[in-house]
Design a protein around this ligand. Structure first.
Ligand code: AMP
Ligand code: ZN
Length: 137
């Protein structure tokens, strides 16, 4: 993908703060961190979203994410860590090359303080559950 910023980073056309790479996966610091140590893990091949990438590539990304997560937590003395993955604009995806955010967390750091949970109106849970089961491929 010629105009994909992460493909450019992978090809070495633009610089990144590289943490780790292997044949399949690259990890580097996010340029706009939520907290210091916020990193990204991306497959070297271009896939737009989680829905597009094959299972083996995603498995490699998750395995590397765990390895990087351990190091980040140790390195910045984090109290926690979010693995965050956005797909499509409505979910906050800005770069259309599938990526995993590793966000170190500290008590009271103010990120994602709320979780606006709702409840199902009567009958709605079973309706949604039925549809999701039907559409499983
Ligand atoms: P998302 O909103 O999930 O698509 O996140 C894209 C992330 O990529 C943002 O957190 C950006 O700060 C990050 N980002 C964009 N360009 C670069 C870059 N050149 N180097 C490192 N991180 C980047
Ligand atoms: Zn790309």
């Amino acid at each position: 993908m010629a105009d994909c910023i992460f493909c450019k980073i992978i090809k070495g056309e633009i610089p990144c703060a590289r943490i780790y790479e292997d044949d399949t996966v690259l990890s580097f610091l996010d340029i706009g961190p939520i907290n210091p140590g916020h990193a990204l893990v991306v497959p070297k091949a271009h896939y737009a979203t989680l829905l597009d990438a094959p299972d083996d590539i995603l498995q490699a990304c998750v395995a590397v994410s765990r390895k990087i997560a351990r190091s980040i937590i140790k390195s910045v003395g984090a109290d926690g860590l979010n693995l965050l993955q956005n797909n499509y604009r409505a979910a906050g995806q800005l770069v259309d090359h599938v990526h995993f955010h590793l966000i170190p967390r500290h008590k009271g750091d103010g990120f994602m303080t709320g979780w606006p949970a709702k409840s199902y109106p009567p009958g709605e849970l079973d309706k949604v559950l039925g549809k999701i089961r039907e559409n499983l491929e």
